[in-house]
Design a protein around this ligand. Structure first.
Ligand SMILES: Cc1cc2nc3c(=O)[nH]c(=O)nc-3n(C[C@H](O)[C@H](O)[C@H](O)COP(=O)(O)OP(=O)(O)OC[C@H]3O[C@@H](n4cnc5c(N)ncnc54)[C@H](O)[C@@H]3O)c2cc1C
Length: 451
């Protein structure tokens, strides 16, 4: 490997670290502290030319190449080959309604740049997540039901293929790769930049409501019923929170079990308020943070942590819900249960998410009506057995509502057998294999559950 390291140091302008080098630990660190990466080499790329040089050097020496942008992705540690850190490529430029986004950008940077033009990207819940990794998985966010999945807004990519060639993938050029990059996730090359269409949006009626334990059953059941007839303009999720008694948690939520309803409506605020009223009427919110807000504050709706954490999660998609689901869910996860899960979230999906782009894309899970994500307490000693067993216990009585479809961005570490394959319809999965074989025949870019 030292030969590869020497080669990289000669060819790349950015830093190149071996495991014994000072700076290695910082270069391989990401959001999820439970992923302790120890590749043979870590390279911080600073340009497209660096990206090409890394891939060519790695390919010629047979070393696999994996990407770390923010570390919000899979917790599986990288233990061999080359880790490419893209975080130094962080420029966003806006040209008309297109944002040109470099590989290391987080949504926060794009949101801020777009807001100066009265525009907004259709993002995920957290603006600390990386734009490329998120979009490669499709991407379900607080406005997905109204606008569609985020990859529907990708207009083109610059990609270094397994052969170390830079190609443009868009509707006209390399359209098979473009199809795959919109939802196919891994094994498709090193993306250097993405062109992403913005929408005209400067304000939202949105935010979150918090209800105390006594209100959970009624508000949750009302939410399930309410979502069944909510128009596509309504975006909402609900989560039962069991937050620890620590100072980092704001006082009203500290050490308590509560329920939060998140809401995002991109239209007339009076109509947004009217549509939300049944939820306000279902209980007494001890925090009511829903109102008119700048669209650039969208990340405050979920208020996900920004600083690195030790994280465990498991997600899945659900089919249509009903009163029987609400009863079964409250039975197993309601306020009377003691569970080592800080959050159990259900998002309303459907609407525009169900409709693929006219030219088609590799996004899986479009048929999901809701998503369910469980986030464990941040104690690594529970990650191997206790949290998986808890998640199994929560989902067993809900089996009748769990969709056979899955979405790759919520698949966690693919620890459940078959969960990776379930992220795409069988014909999409097969076509993705063909595209990978065409653009990375030697499998320089590993992908999938055991990558
Ligand atoms: C707090 C939190 C909130 C989240 N919220 C949402 C949400 O609302 N909706 C949603 O859909 N998902 C959500 N996710 C999941 C997230 O979108 C995915 O985990 C995504 O892969 C993270 O991308 P990243 O680049 O930030 O992370 P990283 O761990 O750095 O990268 C993840 C993977 O993306 C790929 N990748 C990244 N950059 C490149 C590149 N330049 N070229 C090629 N491949 C690349 C690689 O396969 C890499 O392994 C959330 C995750 C967290 C932890």
């Amino acid at each position: 490997m030292s030969e590869l390291m020497d080669q990289l140091r000669g060819a790349v302008a950015g830093p190149v670290f071996g495991p014994e080098d000072e700076g290695f630990a910082g270069e391989v660190a990401g959001f999820n502290l439970s992923a302790q990466h120890r590749p043979e080499v870590a390279v911080g790329i600073t340009s497209e030319a660096d990206a090409v040089a890394v891939v060519r050097a790695a390919a010629s020496s047979g070393a696999p190449v994996r990407v770390l942008a923010t570390g919000h992705g899979s917790p599986t540690p990288i233990t061999d080959g080359v880790l490419v850190n893209t975080s130094r490529l962080s420029t966003v430029t806006i040209d008309g309604r297109i944002a040109h986004i470099e590989a290391g950008c987080r949504w926060a940077e794009v949101v801020a740049a777009a807001a100066e033009h009265g525009l907004a990207p259709i993002t995920g819940a957290s603006d600390a997540v990386g734009c490329i990794g998120y979009t490669l998985g499709g991407g379900l966010g607080p406005l997905t039901r109204t606008y569609g999945v985020s990859s529907d807004f990708a207009r083109g990519f610059r990609v270094v293929t397994g052969a170390g060639e830079v190609v443009t993938a868009n509707a006209e050029e390399n359209s098979d790769l473009f199809w795959a990059l919109r939802g196919g996730k891994g094994g498709l090359g090193l993306v250097v930049s993405m062109d992403f269409e913005l929408v005209e949006l400067s304000t939202l009626y949105g935010g979150s409501l918090f209800f105390a334990a006594d209100d959970i059953s009624t508000v949750f059941s009302t939410w399930v019923e309410w979502t069944k007839t909510a128009p596509e303009t309504v975006n909402s999720s609900v989560a039962i929170l069991r937050l620890p008694p620590i100072e980092a948690i704001p006082e009203p939520l500290r050490g308590k079990t509560s329920l939060t309803v998140r809401y995002a409506f991109a239209g007339d605020p009076a109509e947004g308020e009217r549509l939300l009223q049944p939820i306000r009427d279902a209980g007494t919110a001890f925090i009511d943070g829903v109102g008119e807000m700048p669209a650039s504050n969208i990340a405050l709706i979920h208020n996900d942590p920004k600083d690195p954490v030790t994280a465990w999660d498991r997600g899945m998609l659900l089919t249509d819900l009903d009163a029987d689901f609400a009863a079964a869910f409250l039975d197993v996860a309601g306020p009377d249960q003691q569970l080592p899960l800080v959050a159990i979230e259900i998002r309303l999906l459907g609407g525009a998410m169900h409709r693929d782009v006219p030219e088609g894309s590799a996004v899986g899970g479009r048929g999901g009506a809701y998503s369910l994500v469980m986030i464990g307490v941040p104690d690594p000693s529970l990650f191997e057995k206790v949290l998986p067993a808890t998640a199994d216990g929560v989902t067993a009585p809900l089996a009748g509502w769990i969709s056979p479809e899955h979405t790759v961005n919520f698949a966690g570490g693919f620890s459940v057998p078959g969960s990776y394959e379930a992220c795409w319809p069988a014909d999409t999965f097969a076509r993705l294999a063909e595209v990978r074989a065409a653009y990375d025949p030697d499998r320089v870019f590993p992908f999938g559950p055991v990558s």
